[in-house]
Design a binder for this molecule. Structure first.
Ligand code: 3UK
Length: 539
């Protein structure tokens, strides 16, 4: 029996009903967890207790370098500010707002130490999207980068639950959070959470555009650290991790914070990690392991030769399918065979992957030790090799949506059904085909068409619209909007540009439609439902 440390029982009260949980499999010795477990204690305090506090933990802009002992002290001070000044009680949800930085990492660890539940958010989100997240997760606290204060203030005006907010500044301009931290001792007694207390709620956009909150436990974090990293990535304590995914995206949280800490390695957390910025940063920090998207590898391959990438050992690609051509380009440019892996917010991290030695162009790989996977037909029966069906997985982590009917869509017969069409080839390798739903994946971002439609429909000239993803060599897919204008409005390039700007101002700018086509009408069913497949087929 585990003893929950959550005084605020919101997360426990809003887990899906047990009969809707996926089957969890813990059939390996490294997946046996004690009943009480705080993953921050395991990932951070343990190193200092073992006398390894002088190792470098985090590197950041402006020459910032924190040892494990210094990161621990910072995280402990954040925990104290939360508990002593912001009245956090275990189980409260804490919104984290900021681009990747050492301070954001310290905030995440501080929240977890204090028994809080971390709710990471993409820096680009606007008040409209933040309001949905804060309402859904009943968020009470926020730690926010000063430069994102305006959108948070607009959110707070709409959200009565969000009572306690503190801002932190860039490294060279400390703000109110740092001022409070300066007055705190560097020690903190971590809250002894249960292994099955929720530690984070990660939001992911669904096809309907209403974001889903996925709940993960302290033990899930440790399980993610125990599966893919030691079996596929095989990092070392002297590795320097770097990459682009935000810590608000579980791909980034694992790859750029949890996994380096799990092996006592160091991680470079950069606010700006575009392909142009990442190449010189790899050289500058002598990074050895990089995490980014296929689109970014494609962009970087063209300029790789202009930089000293001799420190690089391992290159991880995830978030969307890795085209064989991109794998080839990167290998030609750097000599490195990429590690592809499919993960999801629901599964927390990568569950099918292949290391350098087993990489097969065009294939994702095989189930990561600790996970099982198969391809199911529409009736939920496993398909033989070579046939395309729905990818289904189970393992030590899995889908638990926060109060969401779509739990029954993702979890079927105990399997996590990811929404991807896959086949298993003759070698037993899993080969990605397509998304089975309407999600648009563009440049590594997940974009829900209906959310973009919702934004467009707020514009006074738009009568109706339909948004789909169309293939694009550069970004995988791009967002395309089909728009029917109200009478009296002129279609044309000026109107298209105006609509694009409008979407950028309304929701996160990366969701704007890069292509706009004007139509006299849209294909609909008799009941009035938009037929997106007809738009995709050009009809
Ligand atoms: C797609 C891939 C083919 C696939 C993620 C690694 O992407 C992550 O999580 P999301 O919830 O999206 C999940 C969906 O993205 N996908 C991801 N990786 C691949 N498709 N090949 C791949 N290698 O449709 C999946 O269902 O945003 C990735 C680790 C943690 C993550 N959260």
């Amino acid at each position: 029996m585990t003893r929950s440390a959550h005084v605020d029982t919101f997360a426990r009260d809003h887990l899906p009903p047990r009969d809707q949980w996926p089957e969890f499999v813990f059939d390996r010795p490294e997946l046996q967890f004690p009943p009480q477990l705080n993953c921050a204690t395991e990932l951070l305090d343990r190193w200092v207790q073992r006398g390894e506090g002088a190792r470098t933990a985090i590197l950041g802009a402006g020459g910032l370098r924190w040892t494990y002992a210094e990161l621990l002290a910072q995280a402990n001070r954040v925990a104290r500010v939360l508990v002593e000044d912001m009245k956090l009680v275990p189980g409260n949800r804490v919104l984290l707002r900021g681009a990747n930085s050492p301070m954001l990492a310290a905030c995440w660890l501080g929240v977890v130490k204090a028994g809080g539940i971390a709710v990471g958010t993409m820096p680009l989100l606007r008040a409209r999207e933040l309001t949905t997240i804060v309402d859904k997760a009943q968020v009470s606290h926020a730690l926010c980068d000063r430069r994102l204060a305006d959108e948070l203030a607009a959110t707070q005006a709409q959200c009565p639950t969000l009572k306690h907010v503190l801002h932190y500044g860039p490294h060279d301009a400390p703000d109110e959070l740092e001022a409070r931290m300066a007055g705190k001792p560097p020690t903190f007694a971590d809250v002894p959470t249960a292994a099955d207390d929720t530690v984070l709620i990660a939001f992911t956009s669904g096809t309907t555009g209403v974001p889903k909150g996925t709940m993960h436990f302290h033990r899930d974090v440790m399980a993610a650290c125990a599966c893919w990293p030691p079996h596929v990535l095989r990092p070392r304590a002297d590795d320097v991790f770097i990459g682009s995914p935000p810590l608000a995206f579980t791909f980034g949280l694992g790859g750029l914070l949890l996994f380096p800490l799990a092996v006592g390695a160091s991680t470079v957390l950069l606010e700006k990690a575009t392909p142009e910025a990442l190449l010189p940063a790899i050289a500058q920090y002598r990074a050895s392991i990089v995490f980014t998207s296929p689109t970014a590898y494609r962009a970087m391959a063209a300029h790789a030769k202009e930089h000293d990438l001799s420190s690089l050992r391992k290159c991880v690609s995830a978030g969307e399918a890795l085209p064989a051509a991109t794998r080839q380009l990167w290998k030609e440019a750097t000599g490195i065979e990429m590690i592809d892996g499919i993960g999801s917010t629901e599964m927390l991290h990568i569950f099918i992957s292949a290391d350098e030695a087993h990489a097969k162009p065009g294939a994702t790989g095989v189930p990561v030790p600790g996970y099982q996977a198969c391809v199911l037909d529409d009736e939920g029966r496993p398909l033989p090799k070579g046939q395309v069906g729905r990818l289904a997985v189970k393992g030590p982590t899995g889908c638990r949506y926060l109060a969401d009917e779509r739990q029954k869509v993702y979890v079927q017969h105990g399997w996590n059904v990811t929404g991807d069409a896959y086949l298993i080839d003759d070698d037993g390798q899993f080969v990605y085909q397509a998304r089975t739903d309407d999600m648009i994946i563009s440049g590594g971002y997940n974009i829900a068409g209906p959310e973009v439609e919702g934004a467009l429909l707020l514009h006074p000239a738009v009568a109706e619209c339909g948004v789909i993803g169309v293939p694009d060599a550069e970004r995988g897919q791009i967002v395309k909007a089909f728009v029917v204008l109200k009478p009296g409005h002129e279609p044309g390039p000026a109107m298209a540009a105006e609509l694009q700007d409008f979407v950028k101002r309304t929701i996160a700018p990366y969701k704007y439609p890069r292509a706009v086509e004007f139509r006299a009408s849209l294909p609909r069913t008799e009941t009035g439902k938009l037929q997106r497949f007809k738009l995709r087929d050009g009809g």
